[in-house]
Design a binder for this molecule. Structure first.
Ligand code: 13P
Length: 335
């Protein structure tokens, strides 16, 4: 087994998933201000450190995606943050793209940037303890979107990124996110997601990326949040599985879904059903940001000193998702 394949499997073993704590400073500021907390480097660290010290880090969270600011910060006990995460039994990872900018040639769409100087930045992150990385390409659905141009350009960037990450002995998380925003049906989400993922793998193969040493981070197949088309959780699970089975090469060891604006319970329930119906060999787990942190952040914002209380809420969500990643969750386990 290759070293990268081993890391990917370790991150997702036994129902473990990934905590996406890699919100950029701008996004984290939005989240903190949303709960009336001032966004300072100290406060951003305080909340994140509270999560990183939780017991579920050992049992449920196989990897944590950090942002550039956090990977360079020290905990209150003066440990570097990646060191703290490793000590808790989890793998530190790092978001390495520099964000989605307007795509020239299709100005209503986005292209993710960050390839310039990436090889050097990767070395630095690896030195700081990162074992895996993340890059997110983003696609929106409407009558003419995503365009061939945006699918091609973003898939190309994801492949160039992945090749550089593996060259530096880290596992790339490949995240092509087809957004939930819009009026589209689940069928349209299925078609577009399938087209996007297929193109990504075409480019990954062209760039000689070892598919056994990546983790795919896709969206689930959902109807748009303004769609009239309402589908059941069972249908979400079945469509998601069908889409992945038809577009992801079997060498890929693991798939970790993003939550993408689903509520905490919805994200857990859908993941559980996906695993119940799963007949593929893929490990199907979670790499959630909002769906792992929302309730914990809300509680913490009103009880900043209450570390235990915040951790209990986070531990519960992590545990529920780890059960869901094994198809063992049920609604009566929720508090
Ligand atoms: P959400 O689970 O909140 O969608 O975040 C996951 C992520 O990493 C988006 O890039």
């Amino acid at each position: 087994m290759s070293e990268l394949n081993n890391i990917a499997l370790k991150i997702l073993e036994k129902g473990k998933g990934i905590l996406a704590a890699d919100e950029s400073t701008a996004t984290m500021t939005k989240r903190l201000e949303g709960v009336n907390v001032t966004s300072t480097p100290e406060n951003r660290l305080l909340f994140r450190e509270t999560l990183f010290n939780s017991s579920s880090m050992t049992e449920c969270i196989g990897g944590v995606i950090l942002y550039d600011e956090t990977i360079k910060q020290k905990s209150s006990k003066k440990n570097m943050i990646p060191e703290l995460i490793s000590k808790m039994g989890s793998y530190p990872g790092i978001k390495v793209d520099t964000g989605a900018k307007v795509l020239s040639g299709s100005p209503y769409e986005k292209i993710t940037e960050g390839l310039d100087g990436l090889r050097e930045r990767l070395k630095e992150y690896n030195h700081l303890g990162a074992k895996f990385t993340k890059w997110r390409g983003v696609f929106s659905i409407s009558k003419n979107f995503p365009s061939k141009l945006s699918i091609h350009a973003n898939a190309h960037a994801l492949a160039r990124y992945s090749a550089l990450v593996q060259e530096c002995n880290m596992v790339p998380i490949v995240e092509p996110e087809v957004l939930m925003d819009g009026e589209h049906s689940a069928k349209e989400c299925y078609q577009k997601t399938s087209e996007v993922i297929k193109k990504c793998f075409e480019e990954l193969i062209l760039h000689k990326v070892d598919l056994k040493g990546i983790i795919l981070k896709p969206n689930m197949i959902l109807a748009g949040n303004k769609s009239k088309d309402k589908i059941s959780n069972e249908e979400v699970a079945k469509l998601t599985l069908e889409c992945l089975e038809n577009s992801v090469p079997s060498e890929v060891p693991g798939i970790a879904f993003l939550s993408g604006g689903q509520s905490e319970i919805e994200a857990t329930e859908n993941l559980n059903l996906i695993n119940k119906y799963n007949k593929t060999n893929f490990i199907l787990s979670y790499s959630y940001g909002r769906a792992l942190q929302q309730s914990a952040l809300k509680f913490w914002s009103k009880n900043i000193q209450n570390v235990k209380g915040t951790q209990e809420i986070f531990n519960h969500r992590a545990k529920m998702n780890t059960l869901a990643a094994q198809g063992k969750w049920s609604n009566n386990l929720e508090i």
